[in-house]
Design a binder for this molecule. Structure first.
Ligand SMILES: [Zn+2]
Length: 428
């Protein structure tokens, strides 16, 4: 028997409602009719890209993966959790490698330097003007073979356009297609993010996002053509899923300004930070509070509880660390989590004002964002098509944590520590 193939595409911030439009397209409709649809997925908290993808690929909550923010904890850190070593649990990639599968990746978050990926094009970016995109790719685990065969011929999409949609997605899909044609990997992971970017810029539903769905459909069609070209289409499970939704935002709050007002952050005459007993890391529609000086714990908690009670700052709840662990299996080195009111986003900055205008250069502060408690707003969705899935089955709601255990089962892999469970109803 031929070894089963898997193509797993996470279309960042795609939601159930997007299927209304995608299903007007003959290609997507025909793919849809052959597969099973999990209409809505409950994601993890915070509903941020990196924590979500770590949970999707492992089947574990953030309390186990160890990834609970996109970025590292330090105040205003620009470094993200790019590296595989940041995930503390076994992933679907590890299980696939263990079973002798070849694995390829294009931009699935948090997999830089993963020794179990044969062909790795990790999501990461140049950090200095002198660092070329190829330097980054090599540093993050791309072999010279992958650089030569795959990345170089698609470099024009991205080299001068890092983090810019739609060019990054052109790059992701083109590399995915070339990986199929050149190496025919057993498992291919892809993470395009153009839909997410358009939502941050313009809001959750609008013509810009709809136009992006045209591209998504076309790009996925090219992946299917590639599988057809090498004769693997009928032998491949294609899973199109997403990590989180987004919610429309009306204003951006700077919770660090509250800490400054209470004297927990102070500045010298030049405006440089003098003392910082606590700080807030914005996570879009929520925020995480780190108390550096533990003697300020009660004062900081009281400050944010009072801010919540005032109704002035968009704080719906101030959770203690142990509360979010108990409630939704979120744990980390923070002390409190601030959940937004559904239309306020939280930035990382400090400064003179409590609120700032939209700033689309930061995912936290655009016209729509995420990071919110997972039951709010439009929900992520998942279509599973291929020899291991039934046609025409529709499931109302599952967890994103069920993705990895379900795919592990169809590939005959082992993920014993996953919190998610297998979606048995859709299995052929
Ligand atoms: Zn995302």
């Amino acid at each position: 028997m031929k070894k089963r193939k898997l193509v797993l595409i996470s279309v960042d911030a795609m939601v159930k409602e997007d299927f209304d439009y995608l299903l007007t397209k003959p290609f997507f409709k025909s793919l849809f009719e052959k597969g099973s649809w999990v209409k809505t997925l409950r994601t993890i908290y915070p509903s941020l890209t990196y924590p979500c993808h770590c949970s999707m690929i492992s089947g574990c909550y953030p309390e186990k993966t160890g990834v609970y923010n996109n970025e590292l904890d330090e105040y205003r850190s620009k470094l993200w959790h790019w590296w595989r070593k940041d995930i503390k649990v076994k992933t679907l990639v590890d299980a696939a490698k263990e079973a002798g599968c070849t694995v390829a990746n294009v931009f699935w978050p948090c997999l830089a330097g993963d020794p179990n990926i044969d062909y790795n094009i990790a999501e990461c970016w140049s950090m200095t003007p002198d660092e070329s995109f190829l330097d980054v790719m090599r540093k993050c685990g791309a072999t010279e073979q992958v650089v030569t065969d795959i990345i170089s011929s698609n470099l024009h999409f991205i080299e001068k356009h890092q983090r810019q949609a739609p060019r990054c997605d052109e790059f992701v899909y083109a590399c995915g297609r070339d990986l199929i044609l050149k190496y025919n990997p057993d498992v291919l992971l892809m993470h395009p993010a153009h839909v997410d970017a358009k939502r941050h810029y313009n809001g959750v539903f609008n013509n810009h996002v709809t136009a992006t769905l045209d591209l998504v459909c076309y790009w996925i069609e090219k992946i299917v053509w590639a599988l057809e070209e090498i004769g693997e289409l009928d032998n491949t499970d294609i899973v199109i899923t997403s990590d989180h939704g987004q919610i429309d935002i009306k204003r951006t709050c700077n919770p660090n300004r509250l800490l400054e007002g209470a004297g927990l952050i102070t500045y010298d005459a030049q405006g440089n930070i003098e003392t910082m007993r606590a700080y807030v890391r914005g996570t879009g529609a929520s925020a995480q509070v780190f108390v550096k000086d533990k003697t300020a714990y009660e004062e900081t908690y009281r400050l944010f509880c009072e801010a919540q009670a005032s109704g002035l700052y968009g704080i719906e709840r101030c959770y203690k660390r142990e509360e979010v662990k108990e409630l939704i299996h979120l744990d980390g080195d923070f002390d409190f989590v601030l959940e937004g009111d559904g239309y306020t986003a939280f930035a990382d900055g400090e400064g003179d004002t409590y609120f700032t205008p939209f700033d689309t250069s930061d995912y936290r502060t655009g016209r729509a964002t995420h990071g919110h408690y997972p039951d709010k707003g439009p929900q992520p969705t998942m279509l599973l098509v291929g020899p291991d899935f039934k046609a025409g089955v529709q499931i109302e709601r599952r967890s994103t944590l069920d993705t990895a255990p379900t795919l592990a089962k169809v590939l005959g892999l082992n993920l014993p520590d996953a919190d998610g469970t297998v979606i048995e109803e859709i299995l052929a």
